[in-house]
Write a protein that binds this ligand. Structure first.
Ligand code: ARG
Length: 503
């Protein structure tokens, strides 16, 4: 009997501790309520060195679960602003085309992402004064000699989705014949497409193009002559009360030379994330893992998050699955019907779709700004509960009927009999199925990378994007998953053996 209690207790303890970690963590990441808030939330698109990018080497701040290593010109300005205004600063990320929607949904207090004020944008959001100016350039493989819009005749042209570069490219395409546009989510993806020859050129701001060209000696860039400079400003939700105080401090920073110092710090050196080795010869795949050696700790730090995520989803999924399975076998028609309908919906739709719905729809439906991590755990719990409910139902029904009859005849109440007699045996029976479920969840945890959680896969992608190499980081991430799954399998067989011996 003692042993069985220990089982149930462990599950409850894991659930409670896990939930408090996640909630505590998300709260620390979330802005306090607008009244009496002490933290400003900024959202940026960290694909834009030297404005904002992931620093995968050194200087990391690891706050337990999430890596905060976004650095750059904008980040330094934001930190100074927050400090001078007496706020703590918290940084969130999204692709560039998600920044304005994030402001409109009040998910952040401001955006700094080298964003240019345009009349269309000003209809939906407010801007600060301009803090830096830049011009557009044409980036292309060395020797292409693409200097002005007319040279782009019949070319495939890449731009970042949602930027003014995309608009400018569209304008050029109206005048110059045969231009094919390709819109990508991130600037490093645009650069990668040039390097792999899928596009001929791209339109990129000069300050950014310079860094990429320095890091990639096989690229060149030319400033578009007629182009007038466009500026970067801070963006706020329409009507935000922060515009004034931000402008004041920005002006101070201009006047007292703080801004000029930051300009020198970030724009006068080679700040493009990392040096890049040249493109591998066509037709051959040369793997060189030494290229990612310095970034391995960065990737490894995704492991605790992945493990916590898995453990929590399995535990909560087990609890939820048990409840569902009881609803199914209780014999009360409407309850059985609801539980069955639930299971069929969650098994009948893709997990990735459920994840996106929970993450993006929750704030609109409930007003609660669910964090990516919370959305992940919630979705995985709901989904795996559906699968587990069937397994547990089978496990319960496999327990010898005589036992429940004996317990009932001794006057033990139904729920106590379930909790004390039937469930522990059912769990033991379904242990192999639970291990399978856990392994599945561990691997599926990679899906939360799509909503911005920096777990193993996402860390590998960040390293890949910074270095323009893809296979090595991905293969390394694959190895980590494999080792974790193997470890789990071994642990599970040991546990099973012990349980069998204790019988
Ligand atoms: N200045 C351009 C714009 O406002 C491009 C900014 C892109 N920023 C980024 N973090 N990717 O459209």
């Amino acid at each position: 009997m003692k042993k069985k209690k220990a089982w149930q207790l462990t599950i409850l303890v894991i659930a409670v501790i896990g939930i408090s970690i996640i909630i505590g963590h998300s709260n620390s990441l979330k802005a306090a309520s607008p009244l009496g808030k002490d933290t400003l939330t900024m959202i940026t698109s960290p694909d834009y060195p030297p404005y904002e990018f992931y620093d995968t080497k050194g200087g990391d701040v690891y706050d337990g679960l999430r890596l905060r290593q976004i650095v750059g010109f904008d980040i330094d300005i934001a930190k100074t602003l927050a400090e001078k205004l007496g706020f703590k600063l918290q940084i969130m990320e999204s692709d560039f085309n998600g920044l304005i929607p994030a402001l409109q949904a009040n998910r952040a207090d401001f955006v700094m992402a080298g964003m240019t004020p345009t009349p269309e944008r000003q209809k939906n959001i407010d801007f600060s004064i301009i803090y830096y100016e830049a011009k557009d350039t044409i980036v292309a493989p060395k020797g292409s000699n693409l200097k002005q819009p007319q040279d782009l005749l019949g070319k495939k042209l890449g731009v970042q989705l949602g930027t003014i570069q995309e608009q400018n490219a569209q304008k050029i395409a109206k005048k110059v014949a045969g231009i094919q546009l390709k819109q990508l989510n991130k600037v490093p993806e645009v650069v990668q497409e040039i390097k792999s020859g899928r596009i001929d050129a791209a339109i990129v701001e000069d300050t950014v193009a310079k860094g990429f060209a320095q890091a990639n000696p096989d690229l060149e860039f030319n400033t578009i002559p007629s182009e007038e400079a466009s500026g970067s400003a801070i963006a706020f939700p329409k009507g935000s009360s922060f515009v004034e105080p931000f402008n004041k401090v920005l002006q101070q920073m201009k006047d007292d030379g703080t801004l000029a110092k930051l300009v020198t710090k970030w724009f006068s050196q080679n700040t493009a994330a990392n040096p890049v080795s040249s493109t591998p010869a066509k037709g051959g795949l040369n793997l060189d893992f030494t290229r990612i050696l310095p970034d391995i700790p960065f990737i490894l730090r995704g492991i605790p998050l992945t493990l916590l995520f898995t453990l929590l989803s399995v535990t909560l999924g087990l609890i939820w699955g048990t409840i569902l399975s009881l609803l199914k076998i209780l014999g009360i028609k409407p309850l059985t019907w609801v539980a069955n309908a639930y299971t069929s919906v969650f098994r009948g739709t893709p997990l990735l779709l459920q994840l996106a719905l929970v993450y993006y729809a929750t704030p609109q439906l409930t007003g609660y700004d669910i964090s990516a991590l919370e959305a992940g755990v919630l979705t995985f719990t709901l989904n795996s509960g559906a699968y587990m409910s069937e397994t547990i139902r089978g496990g319960i029904q496999a327990v010898d009927k005589g036992q429940s009859e004996a317990a009932m005849s001794m006057g033990v109440p139904y729920w106590l009999m379930m909790w004390d007699v039937i469930l522990p045996q059912a769990l033991k029976n379904i242990l192999p199925a639970l291990v399978n479920e856990t392994i599945g969840l561990l691997k599926d945890s990679a899906l939360v990378s799509t909503i911005g959680v920096v777990e193993i896969l996402r860390s590998a992608q960040i390293v890949g994007a910074n270095k323009y190499i893809y296979f090595e980081p991905l293969l390394f991430a694959g190895l980590i998953y494999y080792v974790l799954v193997m470890g789990m399998t071994l642990g599970a067989s040991a546990l099973e053996r012990r349980l069998r011996e204790s019988e």
